[in-house]
Design a protein around this ligand. Structure first.
Ligand SMILES: [Zn+2]
Length: 84
């Protein structure tokens, strides 16, 4: 966990963020399908991000539109992906 302190004209803001993440997997996910953000058919990517240092967060996987990069852009708005 890294923490950053920024002085905005006298107002001190603390920003804590997770570890640096790197992409460890980026492959095509299944068939080209509808993206609700692009409103057209797109190729989707299966992307796994992992922290550069061993961390509580661990790797996490995401399905993203290959064009607009929206996570779960192929799901109906408000829908949630169910991982098997
Ligand atoms: Zn899209």
């Amino acid at each position: 966990m890294s923490c950053q302190t920024i002085d905005l004209s006298g107002t001190i803001v603390h920003i804590s963020r997770g570890p640096e993440m790197v992409e460890v997997v980026n492959r095509r996910d299944g068939e080209t399908r509808w993206c609700f953000t692009c409103r057209t058919r797109r190729e989707f990517r299966y992307i796994v991000m992992a922290p550069t240092v061993p961390d509580y967060y661990g790797p996490n996987a995401d399905i993203k539109c290959g064009h607009c990069k929206t996570s779960d852009g192929d799901l109906f708005p408000g829908g949630e992906r169910e991982w098997e």
